[in-house]
Ligand binder design. Sequence first.
Ligand SMILES: NC(=O)N[C@H]1NC(=O)NC1=O
Ligand SMILES: [Zn+2]
Ligand SMILES: [Zn+2]
Length: 443
Amino acid sequence: MTTFDLIIRNGKIVTADSIVSGDIAVKEGKIVEVSADKAIEGTAVKEINAEGLHILPGLIDSHVHFNEPGRTEWEGLETGSRSLAAGGATSFFDMPLNSTPPTINKANLDLKKERAEEKSIVNPYYWGGLVPENIADLKDLHENGVIGFKAFMSPSGIADFNNVDDESIFKGMKEIASLGSLLAVHAESTVICDQLAAEKQEQGKTTARDFVESRPIISEIEAVRRIISYAEATGCKLHIVHASSRKVVAVINDAKQRGVDITVETCPHYLSLTVKDLEEKGAIAKCAPPLRDEDEVEDLWASVAAGEINVIASDHSPAPASMKTITDNYFEGWGGISGAQSTLNIMLTEGYFKRNLPLEKIVALTSTNPAELFGLETKGTIAAGFDADITLVDLNEEFVLKAEDLKYRHKHSPYVGKTFKGNVKTTIVNGEVVFTNGEIVEK
Ligand SMILES: NC(=O)N[C@H]1NC(=O)NC1=O
Ligand SMILES: [Zn+2]
Ligand SMILES: [Zn+2]
């Protein structure tokens, strides 16, 4: 009789294509057998009874800022990776900025890899940066395994990570195209945002609504149109991060239809929070692009349901509470939302339960699609031969998120106080349980 390291029995196994009842056997970190409607024969060192639970491929959060090395007082890989595990995520792609030094050359990438290998309890992957100063470093970064490159079209908010001007982005995209890699873009128009912000502040207009109006949807659309033109001129593959509106997605879809190699991400906060939350919660709900109004949220859900969005990622961009206080000027205070732990909860509560988004689509958006798009060949689904990155979820469990539930270094989030339906019970990374029943399992 075969002996396995782990057997998970009697769960409902969800993939991007189907939901089946069955068992999963794991050996040496890999899924070796999945059985539908019959028991796996054999024994295991550990068995988990998943009766009543759904079993999902672990989330792959393709957009986080864990800020290590150099800015670990804001988060760090230890707390960041633990918050992901608690939220059912088993892999992340760390953005090149907010860490100091930023990931803009091989030496800096090596520093981050070293820290991640030591501290992360989920699988780490890395974006390289594209800044005006590092075109000559792109090849080296690519050859050392970055997922792709990330550039800002508007100021990043971080002094050592400059946004690209049109000249450097065109040069960079030519180089990235020749490497066969891809470029992820924060697409907001510097001209539109800077001029509108300056006007608002001159007029003493600094409310939440003023801040939002200084970064309008048209600013995203302008930047997206421009970067698409460069993609068409260079052949560089594009990934637009954090689209805040279906109107932005529509521009991307037009390009897709013309044959441009382009994909799009949105984030849970654009699907669950509005300007009203920014007014009520202050900078805890501040981000760029900013939160939009209720009708935009509903349109974005329609876009998700229509299959127009490729990837949902958290854009977890944490900061200490002291940087998240606003007295009366919404142009002050850090822009970035702490959300890495809540992605699946939001997709289940707001998507599956409230808007009938199928579980299979949630799995596709949060795991299968990012694995396929970014070349993680052994991740993103539950099947024999794939890595045993697995999340067990109780869809019947309701809970109110409390600050002390958060594993972040700074225990704040715009979702504190929200009632969620569907809770992560156990998270398994490469065959090892890293989180169960509310607690991180330390090695
Ligand atoms: N630097 C950084 O993390 N910026 C992120 N924050 C945010 O709200 N949008 C971003 O791009
Ligand atoms: Zn961004
Ligand atoms: Zn980001």
